[in-house]
Design a binder for this molecule. Structure first.
Ligand code: KG4
Ligand code: ZN
Length: 392
């Protein structure tokens, strides 16, 4: 059982896919946000370019090589930031992502965490990777005033931070390569899944459509870049691309699957097929510049996905009118078109604007900070090393 008045330091490990990440975070008493002390992420993504996708065996072998250096590097950085030597006694808990993910990759992180937990005699907190994504929104890089106060005075009274903090009840989207999940969170303990994708996730749809246009994994950033080029050209109104956006092509060009389904299910598999068909049609017509076609379609795809997410969010806000905050997380949260759309929905929400949270770009995609943040806000779920294992 943890004490409410203590500062807790957690070392977290994440190795569910191709990344090997470690973070050290701290939870101050009464503070709603978790302080990030240091973090390191190694990725084997370049190794997967030749194979045009992640090869699990290759990913796990790379993670075996990098896991200990990544942990050492994170401890070293923390020592520099905190200006003191760290020993196992400086840590209170270890945390590790136990799934979902690639089995070989998961084993590297989980077995390392178990070994450290045994050697350092620290309780281990198993964390679900998907449930951890939103916790990238419960973090701060800022040094707490309370910390300064505790060091300098025996009477800490100054407020910790004035940073915007998500407040409950809240709605939370996790949109990644494997998930398009919407949750209603009444507290850190009471979380209800409202719905998810019945087939492909939004991230998978971005990746597969990007592949049609010749891009490797992860495709989302390439789609966004192309779409931005379209938006830029359209705003200048000076190109054939502008013409392409305003021809007699019916708009919207791509379907918005399950837009009116009155539930929180999404489906992006048909969108991917429609994208392929439209690309083949427009490319074959020969009347448009190929780059223009790609940029135009990338924008159409981004708009279609964004429209679906927006509509489902509106529906959830109608169903849960007491919602205080809206959270976006997961790799697709890096998409600025989507996050701006959700931000404006919150800004113009009925009589009272809603607080919107999306993580800084580096914490949208997989990282160990979100694992540490989740763990620091669920310290009661700590277990003995023997009880923690990979969850398939
Ligand atoms: O959360 P994440 O790093 O890994 C999983 O847990 O799946 O998410 C990866 C997904 C990929 O599908 C990738 O294409 C997508 O996030 N993604 C984006 C963007 N950046 C990453 N999708 C759209 N726009 C982006 N800028
Ligand atoms: Zn993820």
């Amino acid at each position: 059982m943890h004490e409410m008045s203590k500062v807790y330091t957690v070392l977290a490990i994440e190795s569910t896919c191709d990344e090997t990440a470690c973070a050290i975070v701290r939870k101050f008493p009464d503070e709603q946000l978790v302080q990030v002390v240091s973090e390191t992420t190694a990725t084997s993504l370049v190794k997967h370019i030749e194979t045009r996708g992640i090869v699990p065996e290759v990913a796990a072998r790379e993670q075996l090589k990098s896991i200990l250096p990544v942990i050492q590097e994170t401890l070293k950085k923390a020592e520099q930031i905190l200006e003191r030597k760290l020993t196992p006694d400086s840590l209170d808990y270890l945390a590790v992502a136990t799934g979902p993910g690639l089995i070989g990759s998961l084993l590297v992180g989980v077995e390392t965490a178990r070994a450290l937990s045994l050697a350092w005699r620290k309780p281990l907190i198993p964390v679900n990777h998907v449930m951890a994504h939103p916790y990238a929104n419960f973090t701060t890089h800022q040094r707490s005033n309370r910390e300064e106060n505790q060091q300098n005075s025996k009477n800490p009274t100054v407020e910790i931070t004035n940073l915007p903090t998500p407040t409950f009840p809240l709605l939370s989207w996790v949109i990644s390569g494997g998930h398009t999940d919407l949750y209603f969170m009444e507290s850190h303990q009471h979380i209800t899944k409202l719905g998810s994708s019945v087939d492909d996730s939004a991230g998978e749809c971005f990746d597969k459509c990007a592949r049609v246009l010749g891009f490797d994994y992860p495709g989302g950033p390439n789609i966004e870049k192309l779409a931005n080029q379209f938006i830029e050209k359209r705003s200048q109104g000076n190109t054939r691309n502008h013409t392409l956006g305003n021809t007699n092509l019916p708009t919207p060009l791509l379907p918005r699957p399950l837009l009116h389904s009155h539930d929180f299910k999404t489906s992006f598999s048909g969108l991917k097929t429609a994208f392929l068909r439209k690309y083949q049609e427009l490319a074959a017509e020969g009347q448009f510049d190929q780059e223009d076609v790609k940029q135009f379609l990338a924008h159409e795809l981004q708009s279609a996905i964004s429209d679906v997410i927006l509509k489902k969010t509106q529906l959830a806000l109608e169903k849960y009118p007491n919602t205080q905050s809206l959270l976006l997380s997961g790799g697709v949260a890096a998409n600025q078109f989507l996050s701006h759309a959700l931000q404006s929905l919150c800004d113009t929400h009925q009589s009272k604007p809603l607080a919107f949270f999306s993580p800084p770009l580096k914490w949208c995609t997989d990282n160990a900070v979100m694992i540490g943040s989740y763990a620091a806000l669920h310290l009661d779920s700590a277990q003995d090393w023997e009880e923690v294992s990979v969850v398939l």
